[in-house]
Design a protein around this ligand. Sequence first.
Ligand SMILES: Nc1ncnc2c1ncn2[C@@H]1O[C@H](COP(=O)(O)OP(=O)(O)OP(=O)(O)O)[C@@H](O)[C@H]1O
Ligand SMILES: [Mg+2]
Length: 430
Amino acid sequence: MKRLFVIAVASEKGGVGKTTIATNMAVYLKALREDLPVTIASFDNHFSVDQMFALVPPSERNVAALFEESPPTDLVRLGQYGVQYVASSRRLQLPHHPPEWLRQRLDSMDLSGILILDTRPIMDWYSEAALLAADLVIAPVKDRAALINTEALRQVLATVGHSERLWLLPSLVDTRARLNAEVRVHEFLSYAARERDYQVLGIIISKSPKVESLASGFSSSVRPVLTHARNTAVHRQFKQLAEFVLDRFDAAPVASHDRIMTPVQNDSGPSVIRRRQVQECPVCCLASDVNAGHFFFSLRSRRRGYVHPGCFAKICAAMNPELFENCGGVIALTLDGPGLVAPDCRLAAHLFNDNGELLESETIVIEEAQTIKESVGCMIGQPMDRAYRELVFLNGYVEAVELRPGRTEAGVFLKNRRKITRELRQAGLY
Ligand SMILES: Nc1ncnc2c1ncn2[C@@H]1O[C@H](COP(=O)(O)OP(=O)(O)OP(=O)(O)O)[C@@H](O)[C@H]1O
Ligand SMILES: [Mg+2]
């Protein structure tokens, strides 16, 4: 059986739409895939989960039991719309465990399918535990302040090397609001987020008076968009969001081997980086030369390492040797995985000069380039047919020592990386 897939909806900023997204996502997931168990629990004390899903009056068994010493029983109930829910609680007791413990607790319960955790607008033990337990973290961002706050989520995820599980979702978007004649506010927000190396969903959740009305007023129940606001843009957007989530769920490993807890590092930096340092050349899989080579860096997984010069020539030969082999600049490989362009992935190579200016772009026929397929898979850290949207940088030949922090060459690489990412985005290539 596929292991439980946990989604945390989180933001330190209040009122960004976390609960609305978490609860509606549960309804849409169930609507799209009837046979998939979908469960929701909230660590907040607002009872919105109960107001949308409860079929029976509240009982003593609620989410507080999740944090008790002995494993809880009979906690999950079947609710409205086929969604299972855990009743909310006004008060949670702090467990005598580090936040990593929550995932073990969840795994020890008899749950399968997808579990959605709605979190509090504060980075406390419960929010941290939800982040560390999550296979996917959705962070609604409605303004610049929310974007700045997202850094706290990234830092928690970075301590266990899971930054790539974080996806930002522009929320409560007023599509008419503009920064100036050309740029709409939410476009600027997405742009600013990508600039900061965040993954941003290509989906937005619009601000809609109709959607707002579903949770306001004096009624004790909250209605889902699916049943009560089908004629809004938000209906289509939630459907897209659920499709994205199902793609991630389907791509998640079946076995539980990646569940082994990585110890939390308080001194985040070096140890995290070392774990993402790939010791083998991604082309031949033999030990890479630690002193020099063609440096590669995968933007999403942050994996990095060195390609042997001969192996670099091999992948260039499979692309366009005349163009790439002695280019000296930076090659950016963009990959749209099947989650985006199903059923096949799309790979393209873009050549940039030393100043980070785009010279050429070339689409690669993956079926004819097995070496590239495997090499890129190794660089991004997962098979290409599980990828979503990736960007890998392949540098010219460098001495490893030159890329140490503080060295000029390292600074140039970082600057070019940002510039290239920006240019590719502006050109619609990534
Ligand atoms: N798409 C939307 N359009 C209009 N109003 C919305 C939308 N999504 C949420 N709202 C409204 O915005 C307010 C905040 O939403 P919600 O409670 O989901 O945010 P939250 O991040 O969970 O807040 P908190 O941090 O307090 O838990 C609510 O009144 C909700 O009804
Ligand atoms: Mg909330």
